[in-house]
Design a protein around this ligand. Structure first.
Ligand code: HDE
Length: 697
């Protein structure tokens, strides 16, 4: 065996030959860990392959080179066919309200009980290397490691889905992904194929309204809701079932960005969402969500206007309250992205006693798909042995064996059941998983329930539940997306659907697209649309947020800035639980009025205002108006309805952005430290939406 402390006699000669110099010398001298091959052989030289003569041929015998390159060549695995770009973290779920009468699910049996979780957020359409702020649905997948086995809620940040039958899923995904001939556009729905498919799929209209809303461009993972989407069942000890829908409610409140901001953020920081999550956990600012449930029985389901098994429909919170039963806290970043976030395998069929399925056709289809996809992606059936996928806190004991990458060396001769050897695990009728006895009958046929046929009523309900600002964003999104469709017939077909949702929305989209005539409304499967009451819970802006906690203020500085004013601003933002970034023309530091050097976090061209929730413009002297990046910084902040605090020395910049004399509550003059508190208090509402009216066209 190699003695790891042994040094070669001609060690110095080796160092000079390898070119590793002082670093290697120091590392070895300190007794640092030895670099080895995968077989455990210590490597003497990791810089030069084995050759004959100085420029001579490389030898096949070089097992160190060959093993290293071989492993490198196989580093990539197939990315997820959807939800490829994702980011995960570990955390804990704490039960705040036990439900022993409703479900035997372990996480809810006792108040205060903690269950370990792993969560992965994702974008749906883009590939693994795409940008965070694409207009897209987000995945919100949670794995609970319970003592009864692993349970996954594989949800999205939007409570409904595009289709009602799994047989349509490959078509939906093909349509949104880059076109097969040209392989673009990437991570975008703004193209002919997507809208061609959607305009021929009326059941998608409700989800499309959500997708065109601000929900599809969240500020961060920590400011978005999660939904289980389908109706599931809770089952109690007596075998009685209660329907349940799952909700994750962010403690930070809901917040999204504007489309122009999203587009610019993708250039400034394509990793905005993952960086935000990583940084928050890293600094101990652990993001939290409450778990809410809508629970209802068959008689509620029978009386509800829509089929609770239709995944294109939701149950408004006003009709069935969301009851909070626990809190999710993410408190640990992964050690290794690939080993954990990339290899984690979620599956809707991962349920535990106390949780069961319904006959939602989409859920039934998903239960098949996830296991299948893991086999392809992770290369064999033993992916459940990977630490991130393996159950924790409960034994795994069965007769499954062999397969690629088997890590269990089970002892003994028994690998079947029943066996007469008195060895090995046995099924347990009382403790084991028993499916809910759902009486089923009917003809075998390819059919769609008539109760799934209304495709417009809830789309309209969503639209009329938005604030006028949010409705404007939906309009702008439709115009943007459809303007990217080259085929006029597709644009027209979409407007025909929108006529069934809201006449004014359809007319405005048509006008802005320059449609010569309004088409006839699309023929509806149901002759009439039901006009439902608005559901305020569907809006992001309503109720207005009231906290700057966890938000970032970007302060633009230049030499000679007022140190006392900045100190007051820093204090006030920190007292609110907010964070600060300091932006200046030079990264090396910026000097204060008393000549002290203040650290700069971003050079101005690399720290545009789209990265911040509010901005302060605190230069030490006029002159920023000559800097195009400073002009963009302020004018973008203004157009994006951010709160802006500014000082006299920024007057030339204010002028350059045509903001001189603009009297409005979101543009706050910081005349002295006493003006700071009211400014920071105003920032709690995060955006000054009335400003948008000035830009309405
Ligand atoms: Fe998925 N989905 N999906 N999906 N889905 C996958 O599984 C599928 C659907 C969702 O972070 C895949 O491991 C079908 C609805 C999330 O790893 C795949 C249908 C909802 C994630 C798959 C749906 C989701 C996935 C791709 C229609 C919201 C990422 C890679 C019947 C409730 C999980 C993988 C993670 C991933 C299939 C529809 C959420 C191919 C067939 C509805 C969050 O198995």
């Amino acid at each position: 065996m190699t003695d790891p402390t042994r040094q070669t006699a001609d060690f110095d000669a080796l160092i000079s030959a390898t070119g590793s110099g002082g670093e290697l010398h120091q590392h070895a001298a300190e007794g640092g860990r030895r670099l080895t091959t995968a077989q455990g052989v210590v490597i003497a030289d990791n810089q030069n392959s084995l050759r004959v003569g100085a420029p001579g041929p490389t030898l096949m015998e070089d097992f160190i080179l060959r093993e290293k390159i071989f492993h490198f060549d196989h580093e990539r695995i197939p990315e997820r066919v959807v939800h490829a770009r994702g980011y995960g973290a570990h955390g804990t779920f704490t039960c705040t309200r036990a439900l022993p009468d409703v479900t035997r699910a372990a996480p809810f049996d006792t108040e205060g009980k903690e269950t370990e979780v792993f969560v992965r957020f994702s974008n749906v359409a883009g590939n693994k290397g795409s940008v965070d702020l694409a207009r897209d649905l987000r995945g919100f997948a949670v794995k609970f490691y319970t003592e009864d086995g692993n349970w996954d809620i594989v949800g999205n940040n939007i409570p409904v889905f595009f289709i009602q039958d799994p047989i349509k899923f490959p078509d939906l995904v093909h349509a949104i992904k880059p076109a097969p001939d040209r392989d673009f556009p990437q991570a975008q729905s703004a193209h002919d194929n997507f809208w061609d498919f959607i305009s021929l799929t009326p059941e998608a209209m409700h989800t499309v309204l959500w997708q065109m809303s601000d929900r599809a461009i969240p500020r961060s993972f920590t400011t978005m809701e999660g939904f289980g989407v389908h109706t599931f069942r809770f089952v109690n000890d007596a075998g009685a079932s209660t329907f349940v829908k799952f909700f994750w409610k962010p403690r930070m409140g809901l917040q999204s960005v504007l489309w122009d901001e999203a587009v610019k953020t993708n250039g400034a920081d394509p990793d905005r969402h993952r960086r935000d999550l990583w940084d928050a956990i890293d600094r101990g600012d652990f993001p939290e969500w409450d778990l809410g449930v809508q629970m209802f029985d068959q008689s509620f389901a029978d009386s509800f206007a829509f089929d609770v098994l239709d995944p294109t429909k939701l149950i408004p919170e006003e009709d069935c309250p969301v009851e909070i039963i626990g809190t999710l806290r993410l408190d640990r970043n992964v050690d290794n992205f690939f080993a954990e976030t990339e290899q984690v395998a979620f599956c809707t069929a991962n349920v535990i006693p106390g949780v069961d399925f319904t006959n939602d056709p989409l859920l039934q289809g998903r239960n098949f798909s996830y296991l299948d996809t893991q086999l392809k992606r992770l290369g064999g059936p033993n992916f459940t042995k990977l630490p991130v996928n393996a159950p924790k806190g409960c034994p795994v004991s069965n007769y499954q064996q062999d397969g690629h990458m088997q890590t269990d060396a089970r002892k003994g001769r028994v690998n079947y059941e029943p066996n007469g050897w008195g060895e090995g695990p046995r099924a347990h009728p009382l403790e084991g998983y028993v499916s809910y006895k759902d009486p089923v009958s009917g003809d075998k046929a390819r059919l769609r329930p008539a109760s799934f046929a209304d495709h417009y009523s809830q789309a309209r309900q969503f639209y009329i539940s938005q604030t006028s600002s949010e409705q404007d964003h939906i309009l702008a999104a439709f115009v943007f997306e459809l303007s990217k469709c080259k085929e006029a017939a597709i644009r027209e077909r979409m407007v025909a659907h929108l006529l069934n949702v809201d006449a004014a929305l359809a007319q405005n989209v048509a006008d802005r697209l320059g449609l010569p005539d309004l088409p006839q409304p699309a023929p509806a499967a149901r002759p009439t649309r039901t006009d439902l009451a608005p559901s305020p819970a569907l809006s992001i802006q309503n109720p207005a947020p009231d906290s700057f906690a966890g938000r970032i203020m970007g302060v633009l500085l230049s030499d000679g800035f007022d140190g006392a004013l900045l100190a007051a601003l820093e204090q006030a933002v920190r007292d609110e639980g907010g964070l600060l970034r300091f932006i200046a023309p030079r990264i090396g530091g910026v000097s204060c009025s008393n000549d002290n050097l203040h650290a700069v976090t971003d050079q101005i061209a690399g720290g545009p205002s789209v990265l911040f929730d509010a901005v302060g413009i605190l230069p030490g002297a006029p002159g920023l108006a000559d800097n195009p990046a400073a002009v963009d910084f302020l004018s973008d902040a203004f157009v994006h309805c951010k709160f802006i605090g500014w000082v006299d020395d920024a007057s030339d910049l204010i002028d350059a952005c045509a903001l001189t004399g603009k009297e409005e509550a979101g543009l706050c003059k910081l005349d002295g430290p006493e003006a700071v508190m009211p400014f920071v208090a105003a920032c709690r509402s995060l955006r000054h939406w009335p400003r948008e009216d000035a830009f309405a066209s």
